[in-house]
Design a protein around this ligand. Sequence first.
Ligand code: CAA
Length: 239
Amino acid sequence: MRVALVTGGTAGIGAATAEALLAADYRVAVNYGGNQPAAEAFTARTGIAAFAWNVADAAACTAGVAEVEAALGPIEVLVNNAGITRDVMLHKMSAQQWREVIDVNLGGCFNMCRAVIEGMRERRFGRVINMSSVNGLSGQAGQTNYAASKAGLIGFTKSLALEGASRNITANVIAPGYTDTAMVSAVRPEVMEQILKTVPVGRLASPAEIARAVVFLAADDAGFITGITLSINGGKYLD
Ligand code: CAA
C-alpha cells in the first residue's frame, strides 16, 4: 500500500482527496493548519490520522513529515492542497495580505516538497500533485496575491517534473474552478452570483469531482503524465 499525505486535508477539496485516496487503498494522512475540532471530527468520521502544522513554516514541515513517516512509512504521494485567500483589490492590499498568501500557497509547496523530495529520489518513486486554481490561469480581480501564488505553482511543478523524470517522480498541477467549499462560500453572495454566470456548466464543482483527478494522477500507471496542468473548471476558462 502506498502512503499519501494531503495538506489542508480536513475540509473541502483536501478532505475529499484524502477520502478518495483511502477508498483507492492508499495509507493516508492529512495535515491541517489549526482547526482542531474540525480535524478531530474528520478523523472520527474517516479514520484518517490528522497532523497539525503550518505549511508556511519550513522547520514545522520537516518535523511534520518525519512524524507522518514514523507513523505510516515513507511518503510516496504528496498532495499540496493547503491554501488561503486574502481577497482585496491591489490598491487596498497590505504587504501582510500579500505575504500570507504567498507564504502558505507557494511557500508551503516548496517547504513540503523539499521535505519529501530526497526520500522520493532515493526510493525512485514519487507523485507530487499541487492544487492550483482556475484563477491562477485566468486572473481574478481581488486576487493578485492568490493568482500569483497559484500561477507560481505551475512553474514550480513543471520544473520539478523535469528534475524528477529520471527518478520516476511525477509532478502535476490540478487547477480547479469554483468548488463547493468554505473558501468559495466566503465570497459575497451577489459577487458569487455574477461569477456563476461565467461557468458554462452552471454550478460549482463538488470536492469529489476534483479529488477523482488526484487519484488518477497518483496512480502507479500514471508515470508518463508529468508537468501537466489539469483544468477542472466547468468550462469557465479554456486554455
Ligand atoms: N473585475 C473588475 N473590476 C471589479 C470586479 C471584477 N470582477 N469586481 C469588482 N470590481 C471593481 C468594482 O467595479 C469596483 O470598482 P470601482 O471602485 O471603480 O467602482 C471595485 O472593484 C470594488 O468592488 P467591490 O465593491 O466588490 O469592492 P469590495 O472591496 O467590497 O470587494 C472583493 C472586493 C473582495 C475583491 C470582491 O469583489 C470579491 O470578493 N470578489 C471575488 C473574488 C473571488 O472570486 N475570489 C475567489 C475566492 S474562492 C477561490 O479563490 C477558490 C478558487 O481557487 C477558485
